[in-house]
Design a protein around this ligand. Structure first.
Ligand code: LLP
Length: 425
């Protein structure tokens, strides 16, 4: 038997031309559960997590999985069991994390627009930290905490004004972004936080963007954050933890980002050199923990030769895989069972009635009607961003663990979709 690992997807292998997730043949899953179908490898998630754990070995550190990347309960449970905390951005994510078994103290609440109701609930369950994004939010959080008879642990998200060199929609640490408190306002914001009755300052945080494949922006951002730690503490506000956000990219198309372990060795060397090595560290990785742990299986519905382009129409669409339409995101697409024959160049498109509904452009494929394809790197920001556009039900999801395949989400039916709707009469 010849076995080859898919690039960037260590637990997805081709065995004699058949694609496997760990020890499960993907073709069998598609037959049993239909398509489109998301398939995740638990071992891949744990392997990605292990790289961060190696990076922090011997340190006081907490890895808080940014669950916006994939918030399916079966995925969250993997990270709960592995000892992770969670980074959340809504009351909905808070409830999901709790349902999956997370403890309040292991949850950090990020986001630029928390409502009072969300703050109240987060205080009630005792979240570990609120990552506050504005001075106005500090005031409201203090008010809500006082009214609830509690003290809110806070960290201020600072905007280090560093260009992460990624897609503009997913860079968050530049002056023009809506996120965080400006560098020059930081000391003032901390003094204010320290003076408010409902708050207790516990840390500092930042997040400069997502799908970062270059270590430069991280190293620069760390320098700027450490400058702020120094300035804030000099102003009399001690900081117990440093939360460096998420953002490490994954290999979508051959651009290989730094390993989490080697990146953190470099960042910690900087931190040690400045004398902050004894602090508690937190990070909020999302994509890098789940992105290349998942694929989306889809069936070729039609091949449609054209005058300018050939189209390969598949049964997955922009409602399942929104990243190409939203960010011109690239996902590799490979056959689930390799067949011989000449490859042709196709645009791989879905059934949604939009020209923006494409999954891959100019792809060389030797495909026939009825074949199965796997859209790679589909573990992050696919299912969690999926919609019902065109009244398409969201796909089913499988979590593979060795020789076992667990159905962690059933395919959504039309009845599920219309459950909350009423006609006027
Ligand atoms: N922490 C904060 C405060 C964030 O805003 C984000 C992502 C993360 C952590 C996790 O970042 P990651 O490690 O996943 O890069 N939908 C886009 C990505 C949006 C990311 C938004 N914030 C995409 O599909 O590329």
């Amino acid at each position: 038997m010849t076995t080859t690992a898919l690039p960037g997807h260590p637990h997805f292998t081709l065995r004699d031309g058949e694609l496997f997730a760990e020890d499960i043949r993907l073709q069998d899953l598609a037959r049993e559960h239909g398509t489109p179908l998301f398939v995740y490898s638990k071992a891949s998630m744990l392997r990605a997590l292990a790289a961060y754990q190696r990076g922090f070995a011997g340190r006081k550190a907490q890895i808080c999985y940014a669950m916006k990347a994939n918030s399916s309960l079966g995925v969250l449970q993997v990270f709960v069991q592995a000892g992770c905390g969670f980074d959340i951005v809504s009351g909905g994510e808070l409830e999901r994390a709790l349902i999956a078994g997370a403890k309040g103290k292991d949850i950090i609440f990020s986001g630029v627009g928390k409502t009072r109701a969300e703050m109240r609930r987060a205080l009630e369950v005792g979240v570990g930290c609120f990552n506050v994004e504005s001075e106005a939010e500090l005031d409201v959080l203090s008010e809500v905490a006082v009214a609830a008879g509690r003290t809110a642990p806070v960290s201020i998200r600072v905007n280090p004004d560093v260009d992460p060199k990624t897609h503009p929609y997913i860079s968050t640490g530049l002056k023009g972004n809506k996120f965080g408190v400006a560098h020059e306002r930081t000391v003032h914001a901390y003094q204010r936080a320290a003076s408010l009755p409902g708050l207790k300052v516990v840390g500092i945080d930042c997040h400069i963007g997502s799908q970062i494949t270059d270590e430069g922006p991280y190293l620069d951002a760390m320098d700027r954050v450490l400058d702020l730690v120094q300035a804030v503490e000099a102003a009399g506000v001690p900081l117990h933890h440093i939360d460096f956000g998420g953002g490490l990219g994954i290999d979508y198309d051959g651009v290989v980002p730094p390993g989490a372990d080697s990146l953190w060795r470099k960042l910690l060397a900087k931190i040690d050199a400045r004398g902050y090595g004894d602090r508690h560290f937190m990070i909020e990785p999302g994509r890098s923990l789940v992105g290349n742990a998942g694929v989306c299986l889809t069936e070729v519905l039609y091949l449609k030769p054209g005058a300018q382009k050939n189209f390969c129409v598949v049964d997955a669409a922009m409602n399942d895989l929104p990243r190409p339409a939203m960010y011109q995101g690239h996902h590799n697409i490979v056959p689930v069972s390799s067949r011989g024959g000449d490859a042709q160049t196709y645009d791989v498109v879905g059934p949604v009635c939009e020209s923006g509904d494409w999954i891959g452009r100019d792809r060389a494929l030797s495909a026939q009607q009825g074949d199965l394809l796997a859209v790679l790197s589909a573990g992050a920001y696919c299912m969690s961003m999926a919609s019902n556009y065109n009244t398409r039900g969201r796909a089913a999801e499988i979590l593979v663990d060795g020789v076992r395949a667990h159905l962690i989400r059933e395919r959504e039916s039309v009845a599920d979709q219309v459950r909350l709707e009423r006609t006027a009469s």
